[in-house]
Design a protein around this ligand. Structure first.
Ligand code: GLC
Ligand code: CA
Length: 557
């Protein structure tokens, strides 16, 4: 049944709340997405990953689902959704939905039942335990929530604790219960019947917990990882869902693989395993971040080493390529000086640096116009991660507040979630009402309308790159060879399929860099085919001078 269509796809990720608001209530919605389908088609993408649109109390903006088979009324109706998917398919765009099944919302009917009594038929849908200590008033173990604080909450009704690796409104499902696995299978098949082309599986690496739930090694924010990241039964469970749902249609299943390093990846994504088709790695995101929250300076050799590890996976593994999503700061601010005079060159260079790699590239909404991080005051942050960090630090270590502010100004998830900048006008063309989140002040300069009109824009560069990749076998299947591995400013690699070669050189520095390229074998006559600066030499030759954030691709046929 599977054709592997995703190997030729370029994805666009939509965070529906922030994409386009059709009815002026300040919240993006499905009819807003429908109104932008021609935009997506024109951009050239042929697949969309849509962040959750299901019923939700919005504790974590839809990553807390209270009904897996219906649409969040703020976003529209199931009929709107049907019109949306039909519109995508008409335009040759596949739809991959978010599947959030490590946990549900605490307002999901299963949890409402589960907490009623210890012998409720839904009790074992979740992970309940007695507390520690004489009176049971200490959490069952020391695991921490990814949103800071203990991963357990006490429930008065039955006097037991339930596990939540995210917020307390996101109780973890008990995957050891075969009924839970069957529910997941049924949910997938429900959406496949409605035409969905695949799923992005939220924190899928966390679903299997070590029996007995032992204490984790001490860690202030990520305690317990070793007992649930790629846990003992994960392969069996994924295999089961794969056999009974994912492989029955022509799908793509990509797992958000927190904690999965490239050395672990084959066990979960190699084709012969029949588990996932690909993994969204976090390893790359961790290069310039410590303990999930603290920004570090980008170390390019480390960054390249992680990419190399994934690029060199066995042939039967397929990569997911991305720099941005709804959880990460804007790449143009993160990996360079996104506010500087070379913003456009930087945006284009970053695009080249990952679009030429092996795997399926994802573009996150706004990335294609070079949207940047936003400057927020403490009270303007709305995401649960930042607000919890401020609350907890404020309580336990107020003297650390300036550090928390600094860290969030670079790393908060809010940066990715500001409304999409369509036009230079009040509401940014995103809404006619009051936006649910602050719009970036730079909308005058950075917006889709400007970029569409300007042939040299980041957006038009993306269009060219997307078109260039389409059906390009060298990019899809070619070997990956790297040069200047230790260079601190230059990312240089080759893709090679039977002698048809692309030499990619990207300058990650905001200054000129000269490079002797004579050690790249037989490449002196290579012809320039992609560039983000005017006036670069037509042939690669033996040395090249790269300007700030310059990116070039040379071809040898
Ligand atoms: C994933 C999502 C993130 C969410 C978390 C819990 O990491 O990408 O947005 O908060 O899972 O569902
Ligand atoms: Ca709306």
């Amino acid at each position: 049944m599977k054709t592997g269509w995703y190997k030729d796809a370029v994805f666009y990720q939509i965070y529906p709340r922030s994409f386009c608001d059709s009815n002026g209530d300040g919240v993006g919605d499905i009819r807003g997405i429908i109104s932008k389908l021609d935009y997506l088609k024109d951009l050239g993408v042929n697949a969309v990953w849509l962040s959750p649109v299901y019923k939700t109390p919005n504790d974590d903006n839809g990553y807390d689902i209270s009904d897996y088979r219906d649409i969040n009324p703020e976003f529209g109706t199931l009929d709107d959704w049907k019109e949306m998917i039909a519109g995508m398919h008409e335009r040759g765009i596949k739809l991959v939905m978010d599947l959030v099944v490590n946990h549900t919302s605490d307002e999901h009917a299963w949890f409402q039942e589960s907490k009623k009594s210890k012998d409720n038929p839904y009790r074992d849908y979740y992970i309940w335990r007695k507390g520690r200590g004489k009176d049971g008033k200490r959490p069952p173990n020391n695991w921490s929530s990814r949103f800071v604080g203990p991963a357990w909450d006490y429930d008065e009704t039955t006097g037991e604790w339930y596990l939540h690796l995210f917020s307390k409104k996101q109780p973890d499902l008990n995957w050891d219960n075969p009924k839970v696995r069957q529910e997941v299978i049924d949910i997938c098949n429900y959406w496949f019947e409605l035409g969905v082309d695949g799923f992005r599986c939220d924190v899928i690496t966390y679903i299997s917990k070590v029996a007995g739930l032992p204490n984790g090694k001490w860690n202030p924010v990520m305690c317990g990882d070793e007992h649930f990241v790629l846990g003992p039964n994960i392969h069996e469970y994924l295999n089961q869902v794969n056999q009974n749902a994912w492989s029955k249609y022509d799908t793509m299943i990509v797992g958000e693989a927190i904690g999965c390093k490239y050395v672990d990846a084959p066990s979960i994504i190699a084709e012969s395993r029949n588990e996932l088709d690909s993994a969204i790695t976090f390893e790359l995101m961790e290069v310039d971040m410590w303990m999930n929250f603290f920004p570090l300076k980008l170390n390019l050799p480390k960054f390249k080493a992680v990419q190399r590890g994934w690029q060199n996976l066995p042939k039967e593994c397929w990569n997911t390529l991305y720099y941005e999503n709804h959880d990460q700061p804007r790449s143009i601010t993160r990996y360079g000086n996104g506010y500087g005079i070379y913003r456009k060159e930087l945006g284009k260079m970053l695009a080249v640096s990952y679009f030429m790699l092996r795997g399926t590239p994802y573009v996150y909404e706004g990335q294609e116009i070079g949207m940047t991080n936003i400057a927020l005051k403490q009270e303007e942050y709305v995401d649960i991660m930042a607000t919890r960090i401020f609350t907890i630090i404020g309580k336990v270590a107020p003297f650390l507040m300036p550090i928390a502010h600094w860290a969030m100004s670079k790393r908060a998830r809010d940066h990715a979630r500001t409304p999409m900048q369509w036009e230079d006008k009040t509401g940014a063309g995103f809404t006619t009402g009051k936006p649910w989140m602050k719009i970036n002040r730079n909308l005058g300069e950075i917006n889709v309308k400007n970029d569409l009109a300007n042939p040299n824009s980041i957006l038009n560069f993306y269009k060219k790159l997307i078109a260039f990749r389409k059906g390009n076998e060298v990019i899809r299947d070619g070997e990956f060879i790297e040069y200047f591995e230790k260079h601190r400013k230059i990312y240089c690699y080759e893709r090679n399929l039977n002698g048809h070669r692309y030499i990619v050189i990207c300058n990650f520095a905001e200054k000129n860099v000269s490079l002797n390229v004579d050690k790249i074998p037989n490449a002196q006559d290579a012809e320039l085919i992609i560039h983000n600066w005017e006036g670069q030499q037509q042939k690669l030759g033996v040395s090249i001078r790269l300007r700030p954030y310059e990116a070039v691709v040379y071809e040898i046929k």
